[in-house]
Design a protein around this ligand. Sequence first.
Ligand SMILES: Cc1cc2nc3c(=O)[nH]c(=O)nc-3n(C[C@H](O)[C@H](O)[C@H](O)COP(=O)(O)OP(=O)(O)OC[C@H]3O[C@@H](n4cnc5c(N)ncnc54)[C@H](O)[C@@H]3O)c2cc1C
Length: 436
Amino acid sequence: MELGQPTAVPGPATRTPARSAPAQVSGSAAGVSLASLSDEEFRTGLRDWLAANLTGEFAGLRGAGGPGREQEAFDERLAWDRRLSAAGWATLSWPAEHGGRGATISQQMIFHEEYARADAPARVSHLGEQLLGPTLIAFGTPEQRRRFLPAIASVTELWCQGFSEPGAGSDLASIATAGRLAGGHWEVTGQKVWTSLAHVADWCFVLARTEPGSRRSSGLSMLLVPMRQPGVTVRPIRQLTGTSEFNEVFFDGARTDADLVLGEPGEGWKVARYLLGVERGAATFGQQIQFRREFDDIVARARRGRSDPALREKIARAWVGLEVLRACAVDTLAAADRPGAGTGAEASVMKVLWARWHKALGELAMEVAGARALVARAEPYELDAWQRLYLFSRADTIYGGSDEIQLGIIAGRALGLPPEPSPSPAPAQAPAQGRA
Ligand SMILES: Cc1cc2nc3c(=O)[nH]c(=O)nc-3n(C[C@H](O)[C@H](O)[C@H](O)COP(=O)(O)OP(=O)(O)OC[C@H]3O[C@@H](n4cnc5c(N)ncnc54)[C@H](O)[C@@H]3O)c2cc1C
């Protein structure tokens, strides 16, 4: 979720200037074989690097960004992401032959834990690094990989995800945006919505219907479309939090080269399913450290307040929920290492657990804050951390696949229940829509 733009005003989004490659940073993990490091050496090296680098121009970035606050210090966070990349701490999960670091699951987990513990800023490049990168590695042509992977890794190009449309959210197979091959390029026409970070993105991976008259999941293609062109209009959407992290995106004859289709033309559904299935995996551990920090903050305030048996019980329940989340995350990651393990519903189980827990935490924060929670800090709409938590966490059970969709996946994959009746004669099982 993510960032730095005009806050409320609809209209074409402000664009950041063209990006140049980051400088190399000394004292880094770049060039070091991660396979040669023990977990403890990896942890210590990273911890030291974060302590040494979250200083000077980056000192003020601790805790910046994240859900509901993506507008914070965007340019500085972009510079930080580039430093991280130049120092060899980005693209940890990508294989080395594709420019990644080939880190083990355990090293990735340590990275996210230490990163969150250091209160390092929310990343701005995660849609490219975590969603598109692995999909390019799986489906891209050698030319596409050469063209895009280095720019994602060095944070010189940012990406957004153009899947959802006004008539296609959970039911992604209803995509109507059209892609037409004409005169050596694709021409894209249609509307996307809820497109996170489109206002700062250089490129968009767009799911489009490229076979006229095709239905549902057939005839779709994944097109890689440049955002900085006359045929693309980005209109920020103002959220409950008062900020605008996502957008409406209008494609009006927008162009992209004929060879910038990811996977075979007409097989975009397969590519989209893969992309949406790229698990949060090790990132869950960083998320949980942030959750714990929010929880601890609420507990600290509650300790200073009046004794309330009902509130005591709710706080204790929240603590139990946090412990369950951690145990499940460890178990899911351990299972991921076992060949052939799992039902394919593990990510859905984690999503249901954390989204419900975090949403309830927002409500708990409001209860602990009491009447003060009802008043903004300053005019016109300055919220404190708990108010933002409460408001933004309403979205937790929607993005990345809504609760109902996740429960449908669990019912089918983990429990073998018969599928839901579908209005369509040839139903395609909708994957859970994802965002980083
Ligand atoms: C903060 C945020 C960021 C986002 N970022 C992006 C992005 O970058 N790119 C992108 O493409 N999309 C993005 N999305 C969109 C997100 O993927 C969709 O909101 C989500 O898939 C739900 O689709 P929808 O909003 O159209 O709701 P709908 O699909 O219309 O669903 C409405 C309600 O009906 C329920 N429902 C729908 N189908 C079923 C069913 N079969 N059974 C039971 N209940 C059902 C849903 O659970 C939901 O409660 C973002 C959303 C949010 C909130």
